[in-house]
Write a protein that binds this ligand. Structure first.
Ligand code: SF4
Length: 83
């Protein structure tokens, strides 16, 4: 069994059909339904520093952080919010 990649985003994981389709989905989210790039990268930087990030997924909510961080209405789900 492959060791989990701690503090890795989807972009850094070995590509599978599933991760590829997720990345395509993320790329296709229209501009009016995503945060601006600066906010997105700032959110992902917080996730990269977080012990709850594992294999691109947040252990607090089970979401892929690259998808959750993209959405304006979403917040970090941790009790002490990091973004
Ligand atoms: S708890 Fe917040 S900062 Fe940590 S991985 Fe989840 S969304 Fe990112």
């Amino acid at each position: 069994m492959q060791k989990p990649c701690l503090k890795c985003l989807l972009a850094e994981l070995a590509e599978t059909d599933y991760t590829r389709s997720l990345k395509e989905y993320i790329a296709a989210v229209p501009e009016d339904r995503r945060v601006d790039e600066e906010t997105y990268q700032a959110r992902l930087s917080c996730c990269r520093e977080c012990d709850d990030l594992q294999n691109g997924m947040c252990a607090q909510c089970g979401c892929y952080v690259e998808l959750r961080a993209l959405k304006p209405e979403q917040r970090c789900p941790a009790p002490v919010k990091r973004w």
